[in-house]
Design a binder for this molecule. Structure first.
Ligand code: ATP
Ligand code: MG
Length: 366
């Protein structure tokens, strides 16, 4: 079986590594000369809207998936007329635009922050009057790792936010004073079977994912069930196939949807060592029409991103239970270049090992 992947970054690389033992080979389409997945997949170099490149990918694939959601929907639709594409281009379309996405959640009865569409300066003022401060101004499309957003806490931050982002289609969201951030990593097979990894607790710093803990502590049955039930509504509504991530703000018993990603997700990287079957393998299994693997956690995991810096590998690997995933990319400021997981049998042991790890390496965003 041949799996085509739109995008050749680290997510594609980890998918290809998971596909290999299943006898599935991967081809990636990526505009860059030396994409991260190159050592483990064949590469078609081209833009995502270039028909010749899309044609080559279609010819090289029995099934096609994505590693990132900013592939033009028309390209995904064009491919889907030739080769099965999972998740469906509809899922891609919903997740590309924050307004479409929030309306989609609302339609399914899933809570979201207060939000308003902003096309003009008048809309912006009206939105702020309606929603109040603090608020967040974001671009509707193409945002990632906190790019294209401004938090507005005080009146004097309104003008600079508009200067920075005005002129593009925008969204204003009410700033949620959450207790913590969680994420659901779910997977649905071609036959419609849904499985869920335990909820993950995520800490962001400066708009970027800094650390994930899994399973999240003190989730309780009710919260876990609510998250699964919300995720299931999304999966079934989209007749979804593959791994889906939903980022939540938790406010007491409430789960408020921040955004979804129609792909494997950074907050699911711990599953490589910390779950019976990783998110990457389950995504590959789902899109290739194979039975799903177990989403149970094995013990307790922590995952730290390596952002903009290369640590001493020895320093990290000396600590028992740690695993290093270095993506082989050039190190640049605010670029995710690897991650480290700590896998332990108990939450206490995990926290102890994570503390030891942090003494040796700070994981600061550089
Ligand atoms: N409405 C909000 N209220 C409170 N915090 C928010 C809000 N929107 C965003 N944030 C904070 O900023 C982080 C990044 O926001 P968001 O997920 O919208 O951006 P992104 O650029 O798509 O991120 P990524 O692609 O890394 O997930 C969130 O995880 C959260 O910590
Ligand atoms: Mg996010």
């Amino acid at each position: 079986m041949r799996l085509g992947i739109l995008g050749g970054g680290q997510l594609a690389r980890m998918m290809a590594l998971a596909a290999h033992p299943l006898g599935i080979t991967c081809a990636v389409l990526d505009p860059s000369a030396d994409p991260c997945a190159r050592p483990v997949a064949s590469v078609i170099r081209g833009e995502f809207d270039d028909l010749q490149s899309l044609y080559e990918l279609a010819r090289a694939s029995d099934v096609i998936t994505y590693e990132f959601e900013n592939v033009p929907v028309e390209s995904a639709r064009w491919l889907a007329e030739r080769v099965p594409v999972f998740p469906s281009p509809d899922a891609l379309e919903v997740s590309q635009d924050r307004i479409v996405e929030k309306n989609f959640f609302a339609k399914l009865g899933i809570p979201t922050p207060a939000f308003a569409d902003v096309l003009s300066r008048d809309d912006f003022d009206r939105a702020l009057r309606g929603i109040g401060l603090p608020a967040v101004l974001k671009t509707r499309r193409f945002g990632y790792d906190g790019k294209g957003q401004c938090v507005i806490r005080t009146e004097d931050q309104i003008e600079p936010a508009w200067t920075q982002l005005g002129g593009r289609p925008l969204i204003v969201e009410g700033f949620v004073e959450f207790d913590r951030e969680l994420s659901s990593i779910a997977v649905r097979s071609q036959k419609g079977e849904c499985r869920y990894y335990p909820l993950v607790e995520n800490e962001h710093r400066d708009g970027m994912l800094y650390r994930s803990l899994a399973p999240a502590a003190n989730t309780g049955e009710e919260l876990t069930e609510r998250a699964c039930e919300f995720a299931e509504r999304v999966l079934n509504e989209l007749n979804y196939v593959g791994v889906l991530a939903i980022e939540w703000f938790q406010d007491g018993p409430r789960l408020i949807a921040n955004e979804m990603a129609p792909r494997v997700h950074n907050s699911g990287h711990w599953t490589l060592e910390g779950a019976a079957c990783s998110q990457f393998e389950n995504h590959v299994r789902a899109v290739c029409g194979l039975p799903l693997g177990s989403t149970s956690a094995i013990g307790h995991s922590a995952m730290f991103n390596l952002i903009g810096q290369r640590p001493g590998f020895d320093t990290i690997l000396q600590i028992p239970g740690t695993h290093l995933h270095w993506y082989g990319k050039e190190t640049k400021p605010r670029r995710k270049v690897g991650h480290v997981t700590v896998a332990a049998t108990s939450a206490d042991e995990r926290d102890h090992l994570a503390a030891e790890l942090l003494l040796r390496h700070d994981f600061a965003i550089r």
